[in-house]
Design a protein around this ligand. Sequence first.
Ligand code: ZN
Length: 131
Amino acid sequence: MQVMAGHWVTELTTPIQRDNQIMARRDWYCEDVLSRKIEVKVVWENEHVLAFHHPRPQAEIHVVVIPKQHVPSLLDPLALDEALLSSMMRAIQETARQLGLDHTGFYVRANAAAPGVTPHMHWHIIGPGVL
Ligand SMILES: [Zn+2]
Protein backbone atom coordinates (compact mmCIF):
# COMPACT_ATOMS: atom_id res chain seq x y z
CA MET A 1 0.00 0.00 0.00
CA GLN A 2 1.32 3.37 -1.01
CA VAL A 3 1.59 5.79 1.87
CA MET A 4 0.29 9.16 0.78
CA ALA A 5 1.51 11.95 2.99
CA GLY A 6 -1.30 13.93 4.50
CA HIS A 7 -4.07 11.67 3.19
CA TRP A 8 -4.35 8.67 5.47
CA VAL A 9 -3.02 10.62 8.44
CA THR A 10 -6.26 12.58 8.67
CA GLU A 11 -8.20 9.31 8.84
CA LEU A 12 -6.26 8.38 11.95
CA THR A 13 -7.29 11.54 13.73
CA THR A 14 -10.86 12.09 12.61
CA PRO A 15 -12.73 13.22 15.71
CA ILE A 16 -16.15 11.91 16.67
CA GLN A 17 -18.85 14.37 15.68
CA ARG A 18 -22.09 14.60 17.66
CA ASP A 19 -24.68 17.38 17.74
CA ASN A 20 -22.43 19.39 15.45
CA GLN A 21 -19.76 19.45 18.14
CA ILE A 22 -16.38 17.87 17.82
CA MET A 23 -15.97 15.37 20.62
CA ALA A 24 -12.75 13.87 21.84
CA ARG A 25 -12.21 10.37 20.57
CA ARG A 26 -13.04 7.53 22.93
CA ASP A 27 -10.08 5.78 24.52
CA TRP A 28 -10.28 2.55 22.52
CA TYR A 29 -6.85 1.52 23.77
CA CYS A 30 -8.19 1.13 27.32
CA GLU A 31 -11.78 0.31 26.47
CA ASP A 32 -11.16 -2.23 23.71
CA VAL A 33 -7.53 -3.34 23.61
CA LEU A 34 -6.31 -3.40 27.22
CA SER A 35 -9.71 -4.67 28.40
CA ARG A 36 -9.31 -7.46 25.80
CA LYS A 37 -12.72 -6.60 24.32
CA ILE A 38 -11.08 -6.89 20.92
CA GLU A 39 -8.28 -9.26 20.04
CA VAL A 40 -5.10 -7.71 18.67
CA LYS A 41 -1.98 -9.27 17.18
CA VAL A 42 0.73 -8.51 19.69
CA VAL A 43 4.21 -7.80 18.33
CA TRP A 44 5.98 -7.24 21.64
CA GLU A 45 5.08 -6.47 25.24
CA ASN A 46 6.48 -6.21 28.70
CA GLU A 47 4.96 -5.17 32.02
CA HIS A 48 4.75 -1.52 30.93
CA VAL A 49 3.80 -1.44 27.27
CA LEU A 50 2.02 -3.30 24.50
CA ALA A 51 2.95 -3.14 20.81
CA PHE A 52 0.36 -4.56 18.43
CA HIS A 53 -0.69 -4.46 14.80
CA HIS A 54 -3.28 -1.73 14.30
CA PRO A 55 -6.62 -3.44 13.55
CA ARG A 56 -7.25 -0.89 10.79
CA PRO A 57 -3.76 -0.41 9.35
CA GLN A 58 -3.10 2.74 7.38
CA ALA A 59 0.10 1.37 5.85
CA GLU A 60 1.60 -2.00 4.98
CA ILE A 61 3.09 -2.17 8.47
CA HIS A 62 1.27 -0.21 11.15
CA VAL A 63 1.99 -1.06 14.76
CA VAL A 64 0.83 0.93 17.78
CA VAL A 65 2.77 1.12 21.04
CA ILE A 66 0.75 2.02 24.14
CA PRO A 67 1.37 2.09 27.88
CA LYS A 68 -0.54 -0.63 29.74
CA GLN A 69 -1.36 1.95 32.39
CA HIS A 70 -3.70 4.79 31.35
CA VAL A 71 -1.56 7.77 30.36
CA PRO A 72 -3.84 10.45 28.88
CA SER A 73 -1.27 12.03 26.57
CA LEU A 74 2.45 12.37 26.02
CA LEU A 75 2.08 15.80 27.64
CA ASP A 76 0.94 14.19 30.90
CA PRO A 77 3.45 13.94 33.80
CA LEU A 78 2.88 10.16 33.79
CA ALA A 79 4.56 10.06 30.38
CA LEU A 80 7.86 11.07 32.01
CA ASP A 81 8.21 7.76 33.79
CA GLU A 82 11.65 6.43 32.88
CA ALA A 83 10.68 2.76 32.91
CA LEU A 84 7.74 3.55 30.63
CA LEU A 85 9.80 5.61 28.18
CA SER A 86 12.51 3.00 28.07
CA SER A 87 9.88 0.34 27.39
CA MET A 88 8.27 2.44 24.63
CA MET A 89 11.67 2.72 22.94
CA ARG A 90 12.37 -0.98 23.42
CA ALA A 91 9.01 -1.77 21.78
CA ILE A 92 10.05 0.29 18.76
CA GLN A 93 13.39 -1.51 18.51
CA GLU A 94 11.86 -4.96 18.89
CA THR A 95 9.09 -4.19 16.39
CA ALA A 96 11.56 -2.84 13.83
CA ARG A 97 13.75 -5.94 14.08
CA GLN A 98 10.87 -8.44 14.09
CA LEU A 99 9.14 -6.92 11.07
CA GLY A 100 12.25 -6.09 9.04
CA LEU A 101 11.79 -2.35 9.33
CA ASP A 102 15.39 -2.08 10.47
CA HIS A 103 16.32 -2.76 6.84
CA THR A 104 13.58 -0.85 5.02
CA GLY A 105 13.18 2.23 7.17
CA PHE A 106 10.14 3.38 9.11
CA TYR A 107 8.92 6.30 11.11
CA VAL A 108 7.31 6.85 14.50
CA ARG A 109 4.39 9.23 14.85
CA ALA A 110 3.24 10.47 18.25
CA ASN A 111 -0.06 12.32 17.95
CA ALA A 112 -1.00 14.67 20.78
CA ALA A 113 -2.96 17.71 21.92
CA ALA A 114 -5.71 17.80 19.30
CA PRO A 115 -9.42 17.03 19.89
CA GLY A 116 -9.33 14.12 17.47
CA VAL A 117 -6.42 12.33 19.10
CA THR A 118 -7.28 9.25 21.12
CA PRO A 119 -6.78 10.26 24.78
CA HIS A 120 -4.25 7.56 25.63
CA MET A 121 -0.56 8.01 24.90
CA HIS A 122 0.33 6.06 21.76
CA TRP A 123 3.04 5.94 19.15
CA HIS A 124 2.45 4.71 15.63
CA ILE A 125 5.25 2.71 14.00
CA ILE A 126 4.70 2.97 10.26
CA GLY A 127 6.54 1.52 7.33
CA PRO A 128 8.18 0.29 5.28
CA GLY A 129 10.01 3.37 4.16
CA VAL A 130 10.05 6.92 5.40
CA LEU A 131 8.19 10.03 4.30
ZN1 ZN B 1 -6.41 4.81 28.40
